[in-house]
Ligand binder design. Structure first.
Ligand code: HDE
Length: 712
């Protein structure tokens, strides 16, 4: 009798309640996927000790079959990514613009999951490719998931979604030999770009240092398109989204980027991971530029054109909240790889505009998840699940997780009392913005989209001298890699429309004359009015000549938090000179590593043992932000005898980093290309730690590039 009672209890309990979804294996025995305990995980089942393996070995077959199917198709674009969890905290409600609850409640932080990515390379490609970075944020709000799927550049290459497959085919490795990986410096990319004058503004960004960030934590993010905010009264405002990093916007040098790709192709991924592990949580402020509906046409460009930005001088960015990334994923595949973003994951109070690029994206993202994640049930994967219940009549499909226990899977119904029922707008039901549309159905482009150069010129003119030089060098590098002179010539023609000096300098680097006029493709884009002879790009009035916000030179430079400083030392190093600087740097939040000729320990001048973090064999100066050489006669002499130590200093100097030396440490400096550069503000010789700290906060001394070329 008693036994029966227990059995009944077990049968009545829902199986799901007995199941667990997380597996960390702690203290557990090995099982098959059916929960069978495994007794031997070393040997397959054989006919005799040396015999053939038996087909009946279901344990072997289950294990290998699962392994064979471990990979899923990588993303067509943005395949290489890294992600983190965090929270978004609102500063003050913005009910005047939007009814979105998470933008009105300052008391509840909204959980987020953020995935950063490069665009062109495959999943295993290098982090430091010259490329746009994806910046996708999933807000798990109480009204469902809201995804802000943006980039680290505020504009895009093309104006219409129909060109996206062409763009991506052009930038991906060339189809005949799959070369080059994660690089735009090849014929097909520039062939396409030279025929797409609308990409010129974006090209300025991609050739700038924005395309080689020092850290994912030190780059801006942008929603790119103009979106809409809708308030409780149904009033719409246009909005552009910005993410502003609290560590400032910083980049590396191009030569450095190429070296990092070899020395540590996971550089950005590791940097993000380590910062979060160490408690130095990356932070961005969410900014919005707001344009009232009535001002839609008051700009010198079209708000719907994704190749244009709204200069911050014209519409300031209001900072409305802060995002902090505070937890690394537990499992790369389950979270970072399986997360599925979509610009169409909206909440009430946020809506689209008719930007033709955005409109195309709204189709693409669900479609891509179907082939990548293999099922319309991708929203059930834990990382994609909203924090609110999902109630609808969608059913079944591959890998369905939900066990719907009701009888009805249709609506309206009476059997389930009409449930789940439609939400009224007043109860938070989503309603699209009522936009008046009265138009002919046409395949064409608005004439207001034909200004392809004014903002490219604005961007170039807003750069500091060194940033301009980097753009010129990047274009010379990329176009120099081409096999086709015709493509180079077409690109030079386009550059003449941005800035004559830019075109002249790139042409000079390529050993080519500047073309007299650009050649535009025939039938490139036919304006909506169909007057074909007017399809050529036009230049509109651009009243603003310069925008401070577009130059990284104007970024915050007041902190050395999370910067990595190399301390070069060998036996005989002066312990005080080493530890005083090390401590001073660490107090400011920097990370230091002691680098010596060999791993293990070194002995200080007074005999104290000092642990070595890295040796010249397993690290490189490109992985650090600054270098310090402490005093100690024996140590300096040993380092001078170490070609790798001199190379380390040369490279740091070449990449315009702060380099400090005290006492005998200066002797090593004098053997390097940094020798006798007393006027260089980034060389800190026999000065207190605070001078070095201030120099590191400047990030780089780019002016050094002009003064002295270092053959490192
Ligand atoms: Fe995407 N894009 N995109 N894109 N995009 C994808 O979706 C697409 C565009 C962006 O971390 C894909 O899930 C089309 C602009 C990011 O998982 C795919 C068009 C911007 C990510 C896709 C664009 C972006 C993607 C591939 C032109 C900046 C990575 C995998 C109409 C605002 C998301 C996936 C992540 C990913 C399509 C243009 C940003 C194929 C058709 C503009 C950050 O659906």
């Amino acid at each position: 009798m008693a036994k029966n009672k227990i059995e009944k209890k077990v049968t009545n309990q829902k199986v799901n309640d007995l199941q667990s979804n997380t597996q960390n294996g702690d203290g557990q025995m090995l099982t098959t996927n059916q929960g069978l305990l495994i007794n031997d995980n070393q040997n397959s089942l054989k006919a005799g000790e040396r015999g053939a393996t038996l087909l009946e070995d279901f344990i072997l077959r289950e294990k290998i079959t699962h392994f064979d199917h471990e990979r899923i198709p990588e993303r067509i674009v943005h395949a290489r990514g890294t992600a983190a969890h965090g929270v978004f905290e609102l500063y003050k409600p913005i009910a005047q613009y939007t009814k979105a609850k998470f933008l009105n409640d300052t008391t509840k932080p909204t959980p987020v999951f953020v995935r950063f990515s490069t665009v062109a390379g495959s999943r295993g490609s290098t982090d430091l490719a010259r490329d746009v970075r994806g910046f996708s944020v999933k807000f798990y709000t109480e009204e469902g998931n809201y995804d802000l799927v943006g980039n680290n550049m505020p504009v895009f290459f093309i104006q219409d979604a129909i060109k996206f497959p062409d763009l991506v085919h052009a930038v991906k490795p060339e189809p005949h030999n799959e070369i080059p990986q994660a690089a735009s410096a090849h014929d097909t990319f520039w062939d396409f770009i030279s025929l797409m004058p609308e990409s010129t503004h974006m090209i300025m960004w991609v050739m700038s240092d924005r395309a080689i960030p020092r850290s994912l934590r030190m780059m801006e993010g942008f929603g790119v398109h103009t979106f809409r905010f809708i308030n409780e009264n149904g009033i719409s405002h246009f909005v552009k989204f910005h993410w502003k990093p609290l560590l400032g916007i910083h980049s590396v040098a191009w030569d450095e980027a190429q070296n990092i790709s070899g020395k540590d192709s996971d550089f950005h991924r590791r940097d993000l991971w380590e910062a979060i592990e160490s408690g130095a949580f990356p932070e961005w402020e969410l900014g919005v530029q707001i344009v009232p509906e009535k001002d839609e046409h008051k700009f010198e460009f079209d708000l719907l054109d994704p190749t244009k930005l709204i200069p911050e001088e014209i519409i300031p960015v209001q900072r409305i909240g802060k995002m902090t990334l505070n937890r690394n994923p537990d499992n790369y595949f389950a979270e970072t790889e399986q997360v599925a973003f979509h610009p169409g994951h909206l909440v009430p109070g946020i809506d689209f505009t008719n930007d033709p690029l955005l409109q195309g994206r709204l189709f693409s993202y669900t479609d891509t998840q179907l082939s990548r994640l293999g099922s319309p049930n991708f929203h059930e994967i834990p990382i994609n699940r909203p924090i609110v219940p999902v109630m609808n009549n969608q059913r079944d499909g591959h890998m369905r997780q939900t066990i719907n226990s009701d009888k009805t899977s249709y609506q309206p119904n009476t059997i389930s009392n009409g449930c789940p029922y439609q939400a009224k707008a007043a109860d938070g039901g989503f309603t699209s913005f009522t936009e008046r549309i009265d138009a002919n159905k046409i395949r064409g482009r608005s004439r207001s989209f034909l200004d392809h150069f004014s903002q490219a010129t604005l961007f170039f003119n807003s750069q500091s001298e060194h940033e301009k030089n980097h753009i010129i060098n990047a274009l010379t590098f990329e176009l120099g890699k081409l096999n086709s002179n015709l493509i180079r010539e077409r690109m030079l023609g386009i550059l003449t429309q941005v800035d004559p000096t830019l075109a002249a300098k790139v042409a000079d680097g390529l050993g080519m004359p500047v073309p007299k006029q650009p050649q535009y493709p025939i039938n490139h884009s036919i304006p909506a009015d169909g007057i074909q002879e007017n399809y050529e790009p036009i230049k509109m009035k651009q009243s603003l000549k310069k925008s401070e916000a577009l130059s990284m030179a104007n970024t915050i430079k007041n902190s050395i938090k999370t910067r990595c400083i190399a301390i070069l030392a060998a036996n005989g190093v002066d312990e005080n000179s080493l530890t005083a600087m090390k401590n001073a740097l660490e107090v400011e939040g920097a990370k230091t590593k002691i680098i010596a000729p060999k791993l293990g320990t070194i002995k200080g001048a007074t005999g104290k043992e000092i642990k070595v973090d890295m040796s010249f064999q397993n690290t490189a100066s490109v992985l650090f932000d600054a270098v310090y050489i402490p005093s100690g006669a024996k140590s300096a002499a040993a380092l001078i005898n170490e070609p790798d130590a001199i190379h380390f200093v040369n490279e740091a100097f070449k990449h315009c980093k702060a380099v400090a030396a005290n006492g005998n440490g200066v002797e090593l400096l004098n053997k390097s290309h940094a020798a006798n550069k007393t006027k260089d503000a980034g060389l800190i010789i026999d000065k207190p730690a605070k001078d070095f700290i201030n120099a590191i906060a400047q990030h780089r001394f780019w002016e050094r590039e002009q003064e002295r070329k270092v053959p490192a």
